[in-house]
Design a binder for this molecule. Structure first.
Ligand SMILES: Nc1nc2c(ncn2[C@@H]2O[C@H](COP(=O)(O)OP(=O)(O)O)[C@@H](O)[C@H]2O)c(=O)[nH]1
Ligand SMILES: [Mg+2]
Length: 683
């Protein structure tokens, strides 16, 4: 068959991606079993697969991080990266995809998962990553694959090209026909399928399906087009050459069929991977790297093993990396490699130097965050690409259950954000909260579980505080006098101030209309300082904004007046005057853009209304066929678990982003509750 000579040799890195529960981790297991890396194929039900063996993955019965395992197939080392399907862990995949040769998209014929498939394919298309689609769970399908493909096609910008069709007996899938090889196979459970004669009925189906495949290939190959028009039979070599070329160029996405659980179609998939992935040279081309003999590696993932310390999982893009190598990142030295490791699921073992094209774990690099490009020379390498870190969509205020763990918690969380930059940690000075933000409930939950699992820190969580403000609706003029005559030096300050509301967004403004020096210049500043201090906590218990204060009159004493005395006088005036000005609570309103598949747009609109939101309209999402963007103004207090509801309304794909828009007055019962809670907290 075909072009064995131009087939690239050497190590490959392959990503397994696809919607949630499409069978990626099972496929990894099947590949490892069929290529002899493991003796027996484990199952999801038994919980004995190489992937998903971490305590967190076991607890949730889903992949919560990338599973890495390698095997050898016909002399080539292949490392697989089984990326979690949930959008919450998408950043894990982002860092991996940057450095792989090919992505195998595992999909199933479930219409509910098509938006998720589109999301994943779009990510690959945008990054120009060659891809194959493995239509899994074929054992469950009874309808024609052509119909399945028709349903899946809108998820792909390029043609899905059917490479295999199933053969059936009594409605049950028993094998497949490879349309490029023109050969029929019967599946054998967890074993190599057997070549069989095609029945005449199957032959007829094969001819029809093959013609459809060739027609698509001919769209990118004029000579093939001519042959088809002349009814000439193209050579098998030409067909394979076209397939390989079109896949590498990202012009098509071929569809292979099989079943991970049964071990069907695995060898065909491995052959396709071996032929159609271009290897490290092609990947360098995609990344725009000129190989000049210098070592270059890309950090795909950072692992923090409980006792083994930090491990940077890298792909060697050029050159090689040995134990003891000094590596340098774009921002300076990254550290000295302390051990080169092979990673197979939870199992990590020492190995020799990592060669060009291989993936390996590098021990104890201090400064090599996920996504960084590292070199081994004296000069800093150029960062090959910047990963887009998604904006967080959910936040929790976190605290150590026991005070003594506070410092341990912050440092462990800081490490967690290095391991996974799609987590964000901020210390909110205003609310004195440690806020952990991330991509969803499961994402944050798993991050916190790791903390307790690895570091033994129990963590409590609650909703992060909303930064309410308060202002006033009315004005007043008040006098504040501070006078003390308790022996010796006295204290004297006396001010008259006007307090009035300012337009929304104006902030705070201090002026004076003092004439004739009734309040000496240096004390005017003290008055302002006194007012500013007061405004940190107004009559309702919140920071006061949009207020103007004017010092209009006052008096002083040559001996007893001081900075302190005028400051105190100003505060006395504010304390008396502010409650007279009809204080009102202000809540932050965010501008929100919700992106959902169009069939969920009405649902998204309803969610906005339920959250006291104001719809601004919706429009087609640019560059996202079949999606809409809903724009709305929503109070920050109502955002909280918006992502959870949105995802459940969209089979997991809906998302949103926010920015602060304005502060709005909040009155009535909701406001009363907020004020009562603040008072309770202060007490
Ligand atoms: N019927 C059938 N079920 C499968 C097949 N492959 C995987 N599954 C099941 O699909 C579920 C999800 O599989 P898993 O590999 O964990 O999915 P992932 O989320 O994509 O990693 C598990 O219960 C598997 O046993 C298959 O080929 N046929
Ligand atoms: Mg999985």
């Amino acid at each position: 068959m075909g072009s064995e000579s131009d087939r690239p040799k050497g190590p490959r890195c392959i990503a397994l991606v696809g919607p949630f529960a499409s069978g990626k981790t099972s496929l990894l297991e099947a590949i490892l079993a069929r290529t002899g890396a493991i003796n027996r194929q484990g199952t999801a039900a038994e919980g004995n697969r190489v992937g998903d063996a971490s305590p967190e993955a076991r607890a949730h019965q889903m992949s919560v991080e990338v599973n890495i395992a390698e095997t050898e197939y016909l002399g080539d080392r292949m490392t697989f990266f089984d990326c979690p399907g949930s959008i919450e862990f998408a950043f894990e995949a982002e860092a991996i995809l940057a450095a792989v040769d090919l992505a195998v998209v595992v999909a199933e014929a479930d219409p509910k998962k098509i938006p998720a498939l589109q999301l994943i394919l779009k990510g690959l298309e945008d990054r120009r990553i060659p891809r194959l689609l493995f239509l899994n769970k074929i054992d469950r399908e009874s309808g024609p694959v052509r119909d399945i493909l028709k349903a899946l096609q809108p998820a792909s910008r390029v043609p899905l090209l059917l490479r295999h069709i199933p053969t059936r007996k009594d409605g049950i899938v028993t094998g497949f026909i490879d349309l490029a090889l023109e050969r029929a196979f019967v599946y054998r459970e967890h074993a190599e399928s057997e070549v069989v004669e095609m029945t005449s009925e199957d032959k007829a189906r094969e001819v029809e399906a093959r013609y459809a495949m060739l027609e698509t290939l001919a769209d990118y190959d004029d000579s093939l087009m001519e042959q088809l028009l002349e009814d000439a039979e193209p050579s098998r070599e030409q067909v394979f050459r076209d397939l390989t070329g079109d896949i590498r160029a990202g012009l098509i996405c071929p569809v292979l069929i099989g079943s991970a659980d049964h071990g069907y179609g695995i060898r065909r998939l491995m052959k396709a991977i071996r032929h159609d992935s271009g290897g490290i040279a092609e990947t360098r081309k995609r990344l725009g790297i000129a190989a000049n003999g210098e070592t270059l590696v890309q950090v795909m993932k950072t692992l923090n093993a409980p006792h083994g310390g930090k491990l940077s999982v890298v792909r060697v893009l050029a050159g090689k990396v040995a134990d003891g190598s000094e590596l340098i990142g774009p921002e300076g030295p990254a550290g000295r490699v302390s051990g080169v490791f092979r990673i197979n699921g939870q199992h990590v073992s020492k190995r020799d130097a990592a060669q060009e094209g291989e993936a390996a774990g590098l021990g104890k690099l201090d400064r090599a965050p996920t996504g960084t490009t590292l070199g081994a020379g004296k000069t800093a390498p150029k960062q090959i690409l910047t990963l887009a870190i998604p904006d967080p969509v959910l936040a929790f205020a976190v605290a150590a259950a026991e005070r003594k763990d506070d410092a341990k918690l912050s440092s462990a969380l800081a490490r967690a954000t290095e391991e996974d930059p799609s987590l964000r940690l901020t210390q909110n000075a205003e609310t004195a909260e440690l806020v952990l933000e991330g991509q969803g409930e499961m994402h944050l939950r798993v991050a916190l579980e790791r903390l307790s699992g690895r570091h033994g820190i129990a963590v409590s969580t609650r909703n992060a505080a909303v930064p309410y403000r308060e202002t006033i609706r009315g004005s007043t003029t008040v006098r504040g006098r501070h006078k003390k005559q308790s022996g010796g030096h006295g204290q004297f300050g006396d001010v008259v101030i006007e307090i009035k509301p300012l337009p929304r967004g104006a902030g705070f403004e201090f002026t004076d209309r003092i004439t004739g020096g009734v309040v000496p210049k240096q004390y005017i500043t003290s008055v302002e300082n006194g007012v500013v201090e007061y405004l940190k906590r107004g009559p309702l218990g919140f920071e006061v904004v949009d207020v103007g204060v004017c010092l209009t009159d006052g008096s002083y004493h040559t001996v007893d007046s001081s900075d302190m005395a005028f400051k105190t006088a100003a505060q006395i005036a504010m304390r008396e005057g502010m409650p007279q000005c009809t204080p009102v609570l202000l809540e932050p309103i965010l501008h929100v853009e919700i992106a959902v598949p169009s069939e969920a747009t009405a649902r998204a609109n309803a969610i906005v209304s339920q959250r006291r939101g104001q719809l601004m309209g919706f429009d087609a999402r640019p560059d996202w066929p079949g999606w809409d963007v809903v724009e709305a103004l929503i109070p920050q207090a109502e955002i909280r678990d918006l992502i959870v509801e949105l995802r459940s309304a969209t089979a997991g794909v809906g998302t949103f982003r926010t920015r602060f828009d304005h502060l709005a007055e909040l009155t009535g019962r909701i406001a009363d509750d907020v004020i009562a809670r603040a008072a309770q907290k202060a007490a």
